[in-house]
Design a protein around this ligand. Structure first.
Ligand SMILES: Nc1ncnc2c1ncn2[C@@H]1O[C@H](COP(=O)(O)OP(=O)(O)O)[C@@H](O)[C@H]1O
Ligand SMILES: [Mg+2]
Length: 405
């Protein structure tokens, strides 16, 4: 039996339901959800209007119908390049009318402070390059500020290889977790990455003025240490939720492997900052222009262990790895709910299909208990039957949607 919980979001101004929260819930009453979604020229959607009316949205349809595209659209309500890490131009609908060279996602989102209108689209820099544009209640804002309104986290089939690939995708995964707990993290990472690129460019151009380089490295050390410190703090917050029993899902151990992060173990941040700046200066000679800065938080890795098996994640079975990822997502969602007063919106692409029925029902129960909005996709509607009256079912077919009931 799934935990019964009111599934329809409260009307504006209405009291939140006071039904007892199931075991494992963190007691958040605020609901964070997309209430209105409009797409134009987005992937295989010419235009789409969808007004979600439930805590759990289930998207079903054939391969290629547009389920992942719809989740991707919701992911553009948060900073970054969306759940596919797409080139922004690739998102424009092929075959869009002459002159329609942009895509747009518009949404009304209920955050902890009430409804906010968010918009995301493909824009242009002054030099005519593609960039992401974001709007909030009619004002142009930087995309990184979207994370202040709502959190969005996702799990996609591509992430099944997260523990087997190189560290860059795990680092991105980690930074997205941190972003949920600390909405300013995106800006920090952005500042650090800009200085990395600037330093690499100077190095390619023959080094440049040493005083200029030192000033750049000082800024780099400051933003880099801020990134490393935020990662450590977020993991410390997550720890309690990771090691609490989550029913059918394994306990996970997360650690950061990175020089700057480990220096922070036993040195104050100011000291680490000057050590990092010194290291950057002394590395100048033997760093080659092609590989850029040799050491720093842009080289750190996220190390994940299956605690019940006492094994590194990479050595676990495919199914165990999936369960670990789900466990981390759920722990993070709980931590985020506690931190921000509302659970993040969860986008779970094809997750149900990979779980046995017991785990699947456990996942549904966890999602309902969290109280945030979740979007689940799959080809087989039957798998979602246990959600019965507690979800809104949406059929997706060639870029069109039909809502049931
Ligand atoms: N820019 C685009 N313009 C038009 N169609 C696109 C674009 N990008 C992807 N598609 C198409 O969208 C379809 C649906 O993709 P997707 O959402 O991944 O399907 P699924 O329902 O299996 O998750 C695919 O057929 C793909 O070719
Ligand atoms: Mg898909």
């Amino acid at each position: 039996m799934l935990a019964a919980r009111q599934n329809i979001m409260p009307e504006a101004g209405a009291q939140s339901p006071v039904s007892p929260l199931p075991v494992g819930a963190v007691g958040t009453a605020a609901v964070c959800a997309v209430e209105r979604l409009r797409l134009s020229n987005f992937r295989n959607y010419d235009s789409l209007a969808l007004d979600p009316a439930a805590q759990v949205m289930v998207l079903t349809g054939a391969n290629g119908a547009g389920k992942t595209n719809l989740l991707e659209a919701v992911s553009f309500l948060s900073p970054g390049r969306g759940l596919r890490r797409a080139r922004l131009r690739d998102v424009v609908r092929q075959g869009a009318a002459e002159g329609a060279e942009s895509w747009a996602v518009a949404a009304t989102v209920r955050g902890p402070d009430g409804p906010v209108k968010l918009g995301s689209s493909l824009g242009r820099t002054e030099r005519g390059r593609d960039k992401r544009s974001a709007r909030m209640d009619g004002q142009t804002v930087s995309p990184s500020s979207l994370s202040r309104v709502i959190g969005v986290q996702w799990l996609t089939p591509q992430m099944d290889r997260l523990f087997l690939e190189g560290p860059s995708s795990r680092r991105r995964f980690l930074d997205r977790l941190v972003l949920g707990l600390d909405p300013d993290h995106g800006r920090r990472v952005g500042a650090y990455e800009r200085s990395l690129r600037e330093r690499a460019k100077l190095s390619r151009d023959g080094g440049g003025d040493p005083a200029w380089l030192s000033a750049l490295e000082a800024r780099m050390a400051a933003s880099g240490v801020a990134v490393a410190a935020a990662r450590r703090e977020a993991l410390a917050r997550l720890q309690r939720f990771l090691t609490a029993a989550v029913g059918q899902f394994p306990k996970a151990g997360l650690a950061i492997e990175g020089r700057i992060e480990s220096w922070l173990d036993d040195h104050p941040a100011v000291e680490v900052e000057s050590r990092f700046a010194e290291m950057l200066a002394s590395n100048r000679q033997h760093e080659d222009a092609a590989n850029g800065t040799a050491e720093g938080p842009h080289r750190s890795d996220l190390v994940v262990r299956h605690l019940d098996r006492d094994m590194p994640a990479a050595q676990c079975s495919t199914g165990e790895q999936k369960a670990l990822l789900i466990a981390v997502m759920l722990a993070n969602a709980k931590a985020e709910a506690e931190r921000r007063g509302a659970a993040p919106i969860l986008l779970l692409d094809e997750v149900a299909a990979h779980l046995d029925s017991e785990r699947r029902e456990a996942l549904f129960a966890e999602i309902l208990a969290l109280g945030g909005q979740a979007w689940l996709s799959g080809t087989d509607r039957n798998l979602f039957e246990p959600l019965g009256g507690q979800a809104q079912f949406v059929t997706v077919d060639r870029g069109q949607v039909k809502t049931e009931g």
